[in-house]
Design a protein around this ligand. Structure first.
Ligand SMILES: C[S@@+](CC[C@H](N)C(=O)[O-])C[C@H]1O[C@@H](n2cnc3c(N)ncnc32)[C@H](O)[C@@H]1O
Length: 204
């Protein structure tokens, strides 16, 4: 597990809402949350996407997490500017390591992980720890739960891991090396390799 250096942190916190707004618009075309949905975000950065999703889809609970306590503080500052009268009751923040999520199994209807899976090792292209992070996502996600992520490294291997566990790739968009994917967990315990194909590919 690796925390970002000060320069990377500076750029993550500099981000305006443009990227997360586009991400949310793209996702909301395909993402279906059940009533009273409980959502988890890992590696939430400045928390901007959390605000878009909470405002747009009104889950009952949205827990935005990050490994780095300084990042959680930065997200609190950013969110307090977006919500000057206090955070929505659904929204909460806490530290958590994606390699050992401190939540029981089957806790969430959706998990979000944008530009974070490549942080599982100090060498960002190293796939060794990514399956551990994906297994943690899979453990905390309920059957038929949604896993939305974006990354630019190991993208084929990540998709292969998911489809190998019977996730369906419900939506996907690729721009250069960067992929954004919405994968839906099977309703039953996976046993076989799925040959699910993306059902839609739209511009982000
Ligand atoms: C490149 S930033 C992406 C932030 C945000 N998701 C975005 O797209 O703007 C990666 C984030 O992952 C966090 N991170 C790194 N390693 C992590 C880990 N093992 N568990 C959880 N978060 C981690 C970093 O602190 C940072 O906030």
């Amino acid at each position: 597990m690796t925390e970002m250096n000060a320069i990377s942190r500076f750029f993550v916190n500099l981000r305006t809402g443009r990227a997360s707004r586009r991400r949310f618009q793209w996702l909301s075309r395909s993402l279906r949350l059940p009533p009273h949905a409980s959502c988890l975000e890992i590696g939430c950065g400045n928390g901007d996407f959390a605000a878009r999703l909470v405002d747009g889809l009104a889950p009952e609970r949205y827990l935005a997490t990050d490994l780095d306590p300084r990042q959680i503080e930065a997200a609190r500052r950013h969110l307090s500017r977006l919500y000057p009268h206090g955070l929505p009751t659904a929204l909460d923040l806490q530290t958590a390591d994606m390699l050992a999520l401190p939540f029981p199994g089957d806790s969430f209807d959706a998990v979000f992980a944008f530009n974070v899976l490549h942080h599982t090792s100090a060498e960002h292209g190293d796939f060794t720890n990514v399956p551990r992070a994906l297994a943690e996502v899979d453990r905390v996600l309920r059957p038929r739960g949604n896993f939305a992520y974006q990354d630019f490294l190991n993208t084929e291997k990540i998709r292969a891991w998911l489809t190998g566990r019977a996730y369906t790739i419900a939506a996907m968009e690729r721009r250069w090396r960067r992929e954004i994917v919405l994968a839906v967990k099977s309703a039953t315990t996976p046993g076989s390799v799925s040959d699910a194909k993306p059902s839609e590919t739209r511009a982000l």
